[in-house]
Design a binder for this molecule. Structure first.
Ligand SMILES: [Zn+2]
Length: 51
């Protein structure tokens, strides 16, 4: 087991994973973390509003 020295942080709201769940994701080939509260808006955004 190897702990990364990097602090996990939501790339949207910069919240640490201590008070909410963080999910691993990738943006433009970069590994990132996003918290569950910021994920729904992101999904919405990627939808392109084509409704
Ligand atoms: Zn967040």
């Amino acid at each position: 087991m190897e702990e990364s020295a990097e602090t996990k942080q939501c790339f949207v709201c910069q919240s640490s994973g201590e008070d909410r769940v963080l999910l691993a994701c990738e943006q433009k080939g970069e590994a990132k973390w996003v918290c569950v509260r910021c994920l729904p808006p992101l999904i919405h955004e990627m939808d392109g509003g084509r409704h």
